[in-house]
Design a protein around this ligand. Structure first.
Ligand SMILES: Cc1ncc(COP(=O)(O)O)c(C=O)c1O
Length: 363
């Protein structure tokens, strides 16, 4: 007899993990929007020191990290949620806000974890197609908000399409969202955007108790392997709710210590942003030389359609297979709702060149 799982298991999509993690040799990992640069030595030392004390549970209140974040962003510590990656907070928000009969609105294609929110809770997912420039269509998203809506998620810059909207447009949208609807502005990649200073959106919290800004140490800080993210919330109630629905000790001691130290290295953040920009321009130029048209990126990845084909999904699979055979991992567009497209993380110069050379052969 086989096990009988609940309806949740039938609803929740399996996360589309890229193959090749166990491969030997120099794999170009361009599938998960990671940083190609390891943490600075001081961050590694802080994490290592914390490892010496792992016979104890980590601080369940994440006090040192929340205090440091409160100083850095001028948001009271009681409105800062910490998580085992920002995904942890996202899923907790879904758990806290959604239930059967409720609705969650987000753009599509967007971050592959958003569909889990509805699937896990039994709420209805309202996926609003991006516009022709691969950007959020905020006017249409507003139209989809009803009395049943509990949560709206805006991803800026958007994963997987890399595009961003100016903050004024997002601010006007949030102004127009009814107060009883929670808004999560997922800013996992905001440091890479040159449209505005990433600190600018924090001002919105003063006006909107229903808003939470989701941030992470996984991308520009390069700590995704440790799993630590945070949310800056417009109200204490949001933080309390996302803490309530999770197990205690959701952020491990090494992650907390590394994140505190990483915040001391804003010069390194600036350097990484500059390097990403330079490498991204090289990657985009290379794609254009191949006749491709990447979306306008404000992130550490690029998104483009492969040349038009009768069977876009088939073409995409062939290209992915050819890249994987050359130990180059990128994200499938088909798995993200757009067959015939690819998402490629900006890697080191050598990795980007390796990817471009392989793609030229495969096309
Ligand atoms: C848009 C977006 N939000 C959130 C996350 C979650 O990151 P983490 O859980 O590592 O903080 C990701 C990861 O790729 C992402 O792309």
């Amino acid at each position: 007899m086989s096990l009988e799982f609940g309806a949740k298991v039938r609803r929740i999509p399996v996360y589309p993990a890229a193959d090749g993690y166990a491969a030997e040799g120099p794999v170009a990992k361009l599938a998960s929007n990671e940083s190609p640069y390891p943490p600075v030595p001081e961050v590694l030392e802080a994490a290592t020191r914390a490892l010496g004390g792992v016979n104890r549970y980590p601080d369940p209140t994440n006090a040192a990290l929340r205090t440091r974040l409160a100083d850095r962003y001028d948001v009271p510590a009681n409105r800062i949620a910490v998580g085992n990656g920002s995904c942890d907070i996202l899923l907790a928000a879904g758990d806290a806000l959604l239930e059967p009969g409720a609705e969650v609105v987000y753009a599509w294609p967007s971050f592959s974890v958003y569909p889990h929110l509805a699937a896990a809770s039994g709420a209805r997912a309202i996926e609003v197609p991006l516009d022709d420039d691969h950007r959020h269509d905020l006017a249409r998203m507003r139209e989809e908000i009803t009395v049943a809506t509990r949560l709206v998620v805006v991803c800026n810059p958007n994963n997987p399409t890399s595009t961003a909207l100016p903050l004024e447009e997002i601010a006007a949208f949030i102004d127009d969202v009814p107060r009883h609807v929670a808004v999560i502005l997922d800013e996992a990649y905001c440091e890479f955007s040159i449209l505005q200073d990433p600190d600018e959106s924090i001002g919105l919290l003063k006006k909107h108790p229903n808003l939470a800004l989701l941030r992470t140490f996984s991308k520009v800080y390069g700590l995704c392997g440790l799993r630590v993210g945070f949310a800056l919330c417009g109200s204490e109630a949001f933080r309390t709710a996302v803490d309530q629905v999770r197990q205690p000790f959701f952020c491990n001691a090494a992650a907390q210590a590394a994140a505190v130290e990483a915040l001391n290295h804003q010069d390194e953040v600036a350097r990484r942003v500059e390097r990403n920009l330079a490498e991204r321009i090289g990657l985009e130029d290379g794609l254009r030389r191949l006749g491709l048209a990447p979306a306008e990126s404000q992130a550490n990845f690029v998104w483009f359609d492969l040349p038009e084909a009768d069977e876009p999904a088939e073409t995409e699979r062939e290209v992915l297979k050819g890249l994987a055979e050359r130990a180059i991992l990128v994200r499938s567009g088909e798995s993200l709702g757009r067959a015939g497209a690819l998402r490629v993380t900006v890697g080191t110069e050598a990795e980007n060149e390796r990817f471009l050379e392989a793609l030229a052969v495969l096309l």
